[in-house]
Design a protein around this ligand. Sequence first.
Ligand code: SF4
Length: 238
Amino acid sequence: MVKTLEQIRAQLGDCRRCELCETRTTIVFGVGNPHAQVMLIGEAPGRQEDLGAEPFIGAAGKLLNSMLDLAGLSRPDVYIANILKCRPPHNADPLPHQIEACTPFLREQVRSISPLILVALGRFASQFILKTDTGISHLRGKIQIAGRFSVLPIFHPAAAIYDKTKLKLLENDFRLLGRLVTQRRQELAKRAQHQAGQTQEVPATQRGASQQQLEQDAPRQQPNQTEPGQPATDQAKQ
Ligand code: SF4
């Protein structure tokens, strides 16, 4: 059964499923549009996020906001979450057992939001979602299909703060995201039109749902056939 984000948050509770509960200030569950077509997934909360209980509110968050603008998106359009919901001390790499404990909730969030596009921010999220050991330098900027999702691996914004050579690539990848969003929306619109046309050929008395209902349902796809991948062990910095 697909749960609401509120139900998933309630299920997470005051989570103590791994040792990061001992050092966190707050659980950073995720934030954004519960019906977003674009979901961004990072690695783990940093210091600012741990204090503010929201992903990407530090310097990397500011850069992310400006990058979203390049894609024709804003934060209210998207949903943002991390592989881990608690900050590892000293921003250490997530450990396999932490990922194993935490990611069932991320999978539930993906299932609930049912986005069209997953944006993997950095190596860690990319390797997790795509179930690969390939480095982010090779993955970035290449749209891949994982189940019913379009997946776009992108450098983590923090990496572009510390390495200016990555900034241009980051900008290019977010522009690519904008084009991908447009393409996926056009596909949805065509599908909705097609479904509406098919329904009009069926006598009204035989319809299982009204035309209005079909048009409302068309932009949403069926529940996941494939979910974000199994744990990977490498890093991408928040
Ligand atoms: S990182 Fe995830 S599994 Fe570990 S305590 Fe935090 S919420 Fe629970």
